[in-house]
Design a protein around this ligand. Structure first.
Ligand code: ATP
Length: 282
């Protein structure tokens, strides 16, 4: 049984932002009382998030917690039931075109143009974002090469594997050097070699000023990359901070200091000590 101490939401260092404590114009991503319902289901429950420029922010939560719903509202794909969203100081639902121009998006379900080749799709994306033809060509060829897609660049996307689709979608999402990049499960379906390449690209982007907001279930990746994480459960933000802050926030710092992100995650979503035995296997 784990000896990890109970998470104490009243601990002094708890820093989940309140609706009025954040100035949207000074942050990369801000949500204020963001709500989304689907019928009776409250998928996102008055979410107040704040991500500073240049941060690598990991957004975690169990299945069905509300991560994808939140990301879709942040990028202008799903209209909130209530609340507001700013990206780089732009109110996403008041100025959607301005907001879309400065962000890159890798959604959960990739809706790609299947009859285009990878090379054509990246070119198309570059034109959509107003990148010059010379820059499109230079950036596209480098992306294809770095992502190990050069040999398949003229094949239609319909014939791509899951990982290849993800990589071409990532290339299309960053060709305009977005100020804020949103990624929903970017590492799902990607092999270890490509995964390392994608990690390097993402880190390079943050070093050059791009803010990254990404969701993932892969704790080691989040632990390695993120400067800060937010954990959502049943639509509510239940923890937020750097890994060190989250560790410190666990009661009895002594035992909590070596906690992994997985320990912290299981603790705050209340899944640590549940019994998962199947009675019919006994
Ligand atoms: N279009 C929809 N219609 C009805 N309910 C929806 C819809 N989209 C999401 N939901 C519900 O909202 C809740 C949050 O779903 P969401 O996809 O945001 O979770 P998630 O955290 O991204 O989960 P996962 O890790 O499994 O991808 C779930 O209960 C889901 O069933």
């Amino acid at each position: 049984m784990s000896t990890f101490p109970e998470y104490n939401p009243d601990a002094q260092s708890l820093s989940i932002p309140t609706a009025s404590s954040v100035q949207p114009e000074h942050q990369a991503v801000v949500t204020r009382d963001l709500v989304r319902t689907f019928g009776q289901k409250l998928a996102v429950n008055h979410l107040n998030l704040s991500v500073r420029s240049g941060e690598f922010f990991g957004f975690l939560g169990p299945n069905g917690a509300g991560k994808s719903t939140t990301i879709k509202m942040l990028v202008g794909l799903l209209r909130p039931s209530g609340g507001e969203v700013w990206v780089d100081g732009i109110n996403v639902w008041q100025e959607p075109l301005r907001a879309r121009a400065i962000m890159g998006v890798l959604p959960e379900y990739l809706n790609l143009y299947e009859r285009l080749s990878g090379r054509e799709f990246i070119t198309f994306s570059g034109h959509m974002y107003g990148v010059s033809p010379a820059d499109i060509e230079r950036r596209r060829e480098e992306l294809l090469q770095v992502l190990d897609l050069s040999n398949d660049a003229d094949k239609m996307i319909v014939d791509y594997s899951v990982g290849m689709r993800k990589k071409v979608a990532l290339a299309a999402a960053i060709i305009h050097r977005p100020r804020v990049l949103f990624l929903d499960e970017p590492f799902e379906g990607i092999d270890p070699v490509s995964s390392r390449t994608v990690r390097d690209i993402l880190q390079d982007l943050t070093h050059r000023g791009t803010t990254i907001f990404f969701s993932s279930h892969i704790m080691e990746v989040v632990e390695r990359l993120c400067t800060r994480v937010g954990i959502i459960n049943q639509g509510t933000l239940v923890a937020e901070g750097s890994l060190q802050e989250l560790r410190d926030r666990a009661q009895g710092n002594h035992e909590g200091k070596d906690a992994t992100l997985e320990d912290i995650f299981l603790n705050v979503v209340g899944a640590r000590n549940e019994n998962h035995n199947l009675s019919w296997l006994e």
